[in-house]
Design a protein. Structure first.
Length: 908
């Protein structure tokens, strides 16, 4: 007893669980406070004691032992192929001192009455009914159909034992199988039979069950979540309240280190629910949300027990309102619905003499760049193009690249960027797909196009080579194109396609203009010097160019070998203040002090903890998220610490973000779902692919008349409102910032005449993620070795370098699953040592000091033993990737004091 002062006293009792179970607590408190309130002599006589139960166990031991093997065999079969239940609710940033916390809530009388009627209608016990509802909630929160939940069952097999105090409980693992197409009534009917079957075999200890099953999803336990009937008699609580006693004191307090994540206890008569949770695993806010969702689910099931489980939301009304009104969008702002180049022309009038773009020793002011673009645009119009025509552009880095893109827009046309380093066949495919009327290029690339494309798509008159002297005869004044509106197409950006065919994403002026008018978040401001480090076929390039040129900043670019091969040098020598790169690139940049660097923006792939720790304390550090279909970026976060690892932030202005389940309903906060994007920045769709457009762009169920883009990304809302990226729902991946459909890689390889089937997976090679392709050759192929080089050449001509497999391994037959599908899980775990000859045969020894030095450089970049490859190797088959190639070119150039381009690396 504790004297709290005045007339207040506190009664505290600690009882070890080994001598008392939950049901006994009700009896204990009832008897204790009956004596307190009514006095001695008020308790009924006890017919049996716990010692009588122990004696009965001894007397029936032999008979029970005869049935033991049967019980254990049941559990061994019952628990086969169980999967661990995984919840993604918010975890605390710091561990609490007390490992277990409990919260409570109450089901309303009307909801309780309705739900109990549903249970009675199914001829089920209240235990089975409330347990079934708990399972459905876990199903909704985990998106798992099969899992195990523990429950404590009593061995009080005769009514006379109901009020005996002692430990009668036994833990049972109850497996549930939920079919989303069933109603709750149907599921409850199945579940009650499931529970009854388990109870028929409860006369063995849980420890024996685990031992018999021999395997466990959680080490010592099959489950981390429990359901239990209420232990404390609610009549006792009513009596205590009548006696002016604080009833909180009798709610069972946590008894030390909890073994489970969630323990839900429900008092059927009162509707009182108690949730104990491991606060090392979940925040109290997340647990409260879960408990509130259980209460809301009971209400929904009581109202509509015949509704399909798939159609029942696990989100409470309050949470639903918060998601749609607060989390799905940010503060919108009014933007000018205008064309992209008009924003640039407005800036030209503000800062005509500011430097707009720099490339090595070349530079153009805003006024000069505008005039150059106007002249090119008028030369295009002379080619008999019309407003809305698609024009392909193929440039190396430089001022012409920027002027050419602006010119296409000014001419009222749509530009399609082609990477000069891509295989000719891929460029040909893109030009054919987009139906380009004109191709703009510089002289050094024109011959390749005229040779390979003229006979199929273009005629020589339709090439516009940027000959500066010829442009001088065109007027440089601004002009307007009739029929051009903000809803006109600005560009088509090709991305990897799952069918083996690249997808052309159509972006309208108003979509990208919304982002550009919100581009200060990137650090673009008057006087800033922005390093253009990204390929112009990668849509963040659009943000860099137009974010810079609409804010009075300077776009600084250079050869790829400098810009990416030696970023630290570029940051210092070019006095860069804003850097926009992928996390993979930033990861290899030393986090030193760069005098001018103020802002670093990363996008394109998941941001790791190490990169955050290196850069967040040094600069204004931002992480952006957005697929090409949402006009570059639509979610942003200011990254200040490693606590934000995995976080991509909140919606940007005029963008709407929804995390939805398969029925397009909001998932609970902290629960994974597919990320959907809405708002003004959505693409029009995919060029010439209406069916794919219809699949990916769907009606917005929350805003009539608008659309949503299904990203295929899995995400969740944190309790603070930030969005956390969790991975991909399909086989599309991000590798070194580039979006890749592994299906496209497989499709190209499978088209090689000698290949029967192909499968591509992501593996770790040389401590880096890489694409590994497995091929099954046709039976008629007599000598596989003869086909290997041909296959490599075939693939290199059709895939860009960033999609090229680092290893192509031949198998007699690709592994398949029972359903006949290629078993990619087996391929992901297959030992690659057997394919070492593909990387090490006929290595070739260095024959000069230069080759020795080159081997040393490449081995350091690759982080491999220099003896593991030779001078005859294709470096990309030894683990080289495009980022490493840029680094290698920079180191070789610096070491030998000569210019080495990426094409030299690609050509081995």
């Amino acid at each position: 007893m504790f004297d709290l002062g005045g007339d207040n006293w506190a009664f505290n009792i600690v009882i070890h669980h080994i001598i008392i179970d939950e049901a006994s607590l009700g009896t204990f408190f009832y008897e204790l406070f009956s004596l307190y309130i009514k006095g001695a002599g008020t308790l009924p006589e006890v017919q049996y004691h716990y010692s009588d139960f122990c004696e009965w166990l001894g007397e029936t031991a032999e008979k029970r032992e005869e049935l033991r093997d049967e019980h254990l065999q049941y559990w061994a079969e019952y628990l086969q192929e169980t999967q661990p239940l995984h919840l993604t609710l918010a975890t605390p940033s710091e561990r609490e001192l007390a490992p277990v916390t409990q919260i409570d809530a109450k089901i309303s009388e009307s909801a309780l009455e309705s739900f109990v009627k549903v249970i009675q209608g199914a001829n089920a016990t209240q235990f089975a009914g409330f347990f079934a509802a708990y399972n459905i909630l876990l199903h909704k929160y985990s998106d798992q159909n099969s899992f195990v939940v523990g429950t404590a069952v009593t061995q009080r097999n005769v009514p006379a034992l109901s009020n005996v105090i002692g430990f009668f409980a036994n833990m049972l693992p109850v497996k549930t199988e939920i079919n989303d197409q069933d109603s709750f009534e149907q599921y409850l009917g199945q579940f009650k039979d499931n529970v009854l079957a388990c109870l028929q075999h409860d006369d063995v200890t849980y420890e024996d069950i685990v031992t018999q099953a021999k395997t466990s999803s959680h080490g010592r336990s099959f489950f981390k979540h429990l359901f239990a009937p209420g232990g404390v008699n609610m009549e006792t609580i009513s009596q205590l309240e009548a006696a002016n006693l604080d009833t909180k004191a009798i709610i069972t307090l946590p008894n030390g280190e909890e073994q489970y994540e969630f323990l839900m206890t429900v008092h059927y008569k009162s509707g009182h629910c108690l949730l104990r949770f491991d606060n090392h695993m979940f925040t109290e806010e997340a647990a409260r949300q879960f408990l509130d969702a259980y209460i809301a689910l009971i209400e929904k099931l009581g109202r509509e027990p015949d509704r399909k489980i798939a159609e029942i939301s696990a989100v409470s009304d309050a949470e639903h309102d918060r998601i749609l009104k607060e989390l799905s969008s940010n503060a919108d702002f009014a933007v000018s619905e205008t064309c992209l180049h008009h924003l640039f022309e407005t800036q030209v009038k503000k800062t005509p003499r500011f430097t707009a773009v720099e490339f090595e020793d070349q530079s153009l002011t805003y006024l000069e760049l505008n005039k150059r673009a106007n002249q090119i645009a008028k030369s295009l119009i002379q080619q008999d193009i019309k407003q809305g025509d698609i024009i392909a552009v193929c440039f190396d880095r430089g001022v012409h690249q920027i002027a050419g893109i602006l010119a296409v827009l000014k001419a009222g046309c749509t530009y399609v960027p082609l990477d000069p380093d891509d295989p000719t066949l891929r460029k040909e495919l893109m030009v054919e797909e987009c139906g380009a009327k004109v191709l703009i290029s510089t002289t050094n690339h024109s011959r390749d196009f005229q040779k390979s494309l003229a006979s199929k798509v273009l005629v020589s008159d339709h090439y516009c080579l940027l000959m500066i002297p010829r442009l001088s005869r065109f007027d440089a004044a601004d002009f307007a194109v009739e029929g051009l509106t903000p809803s006109s197409l600005a560009y088509v950006m090709f991305t990897s396609g799952s069918t083996g065919k690249p997808k052309g994403v159509m972006i309208e002026h108003r979509a990208i203009s919304n982002l550009i008018q919100n581009s200060q978040v990137y650090g673009y401001q008057q006087g800033a010097r922005v390093l253009s480090s990204l390929a112009y076929t990668f849509d963040p390039f659009v943000a860099d160019v137009f974010g810079t040129l609409t804010n009075g900043a300077t776009l600084v670019t250079g050869r790829k070998e400098l810009v990416l091969g030696d970023i630290p040098k570029a940051l210092r020598s070019l006095r860069i203040s804003v850097l926009h790169v992928t996390p993979s690139i930033l990861a290899v940049v030393p986090p030193d002090d760069y005098p001018c660097l103020d802002t670093v923006v990363v996008a394109g792939e998941a941001l790791g903890k190490k990169v955050i720790e290196d850069w967040a304390p040094r600069v204004n550090f931002r992480n952006m998220y957005g697929p090409t279909e949402a006009s570059v970026d639509c979610i942003s976060v200011h990254v200040t610490s490693a606590a934000l690892t995995g976080v991509i932030g909140r919606p940007m202005a005029n963008c709407r973000i929804y995390i939805l389940d398969k029925q397009l309903r909001p998932t609970p906060i902290g629960v994974e779902g597919e990320l959907h994007i809405g708002g003004i920045q959505l693409a029009r769709g995919y060029l010439n692919q209406p069916e794919l457009t219809e699949q990916a762009f769907i009606p917005n169920p929350f805003v009539p008349g608008e659309r949503l883009y299904k990203t295929g990304d899995i995400a969740l809302y944190r309790t603070d409102g930030n969005i956390e990226y969790c991975g991909r729902a399909d086989r599309q991946i991000k590798l070194r910032g580039q979006r890749i459909e592994l299906g496209e890689v497989e499709d190209v390889i499978a088209k090689y005449p000698a290949v029967q089937r192909a499968a591509a997976v992501i593996r770790t090679l040389q401590d880096a993620l890489a694409i590994v392709a497995f091929v099954e050759y046709k039976n008629e192929v007599e000598n596989i070795e003869d086909e290997k080089e041909g296959l490599k050449m075939f693939v290199s001509e059709r895939l860009p370098r960033f999609m090229y497999p680092s290893l192509i391994a031949a198998l007699p037959e690709l592994p398949t699953s029972r359903s006949g599908k290629i078993d990619r899980n087996t391929l992901k775990s297959m030992d690659l040592a057997a394919f070492a000859p593909d990387l090490t045969n006929d290595m070739g020894q260095p024959s000069s000091d230069v080759e020795v030095e080159l081997m040393s450089i490449f081995s350091k970049v690759l982080k491999v033993d220099p003896n593991s490859f030779g001078v005859s190797h294709d470096l990309f088959q030894v683990g080289m990737n495009s980022l490493m190639a840029v680094q290698a070119a920079g180191v070789v150039s610096k070491t030998f004091n000569v210019h080495i381009g990426l094409n030299n690396i690609y050509l081995r």
